[in-house]
Design a protein around this ligand. Structure first.
Ligand SMILES: CC(C)(COP(=O)(O)OP(=O)(O)OC[C@H]1O[C@@H](n2cnc3c(N)ncnc32)[C@H](O)[C@@H]1OP(=O)(O)O)[C@@H](O)C(=O)NCCC(=O)NCCS
Length: 150
């Protein structure tokens, strides 16, 4: 199978930041706190377009927590490409990118109802390290999953 190519967004560019927000709102966000262009442009998260066979099929990102710890964020597959293994490939690609820059452990928080992403992470060797009731907002319980990179 071909692999995913991650190409970084330039979030100093307002129209790229807007594109990212629009993608989050259309394909990702069940959160009560949707991202805004202003927040994304403040930085702190490195975001990527994810390409498969030269076609953009989703996005992903990471946030550096310590020199060796990163949290992967907003791994998303556009609706029309779901169910065919792309989510697994992007999850692996963002982990590989973290490893490439010297990260030793990756974590991810996932809503408790997001069985598909929990399944992907467990299959890729993550373990559930925590359960956070009413985390982002009341009713938005989350698991934290982590993986030490070898
Ligand atoms: C989560 C998401 C990225 C998955 O993308 P996808 O391309 O459909 O995922 P894949 O096809 O790679 O993998 C789906 C896996 O979940 C499994 N699955 C599907 N429905 C499931 C269910 N109800 N319960 C458990 N596992 C399920 C599939 O069997 C497959 O596992 P397998 O590879 O072992 O067969 C996609 O649904 C998405 O973008 N959702 C919105 C954004 C989001 O929630 N991102 C995660 C934030 S933490």
């Amino acid at each position: 199978m071909d692999s995913i190519e991650l190409k970084p967004y330039n979030l100093e560019n307002e129209s790229e930041a807007k594109e990212l927000v629009d993608i989050c709102l259309e394909y990702y966000y069940r959160s009560p706190w949707p991202p805004t262009k202003e927040k994304i442009m403040k930085g702190g998260v490195v975001y990527f377009r994810a390409f498969y066979q030269d076609k953009q099929i989703g996005i992903s990102g990471y946030s550096i927590k310590t020199p060796t710890l990163a949290e992967t964020i907003k791994t998303t597959v556009f609706n029309e490409f779901r169910g065919g293994g792309m989510g697994s490939l992007i999850s692996q690609a963002i982990e590989d990118e973290c490893k490439r820059i010297g990260i030793k452990k990756v974590i991810s928080t996932v809503y408790y109802f997001n069985h598909v992403m929990v399944q992907i992470k467990l299959k890729q060797g993550y373990t559930i390290e925590g359960y956070h009731p009413d985390h982002e907002a009341p009713g938005f319980h989350e698991y934290s999953l982590g993986k030490v990179l070898k």
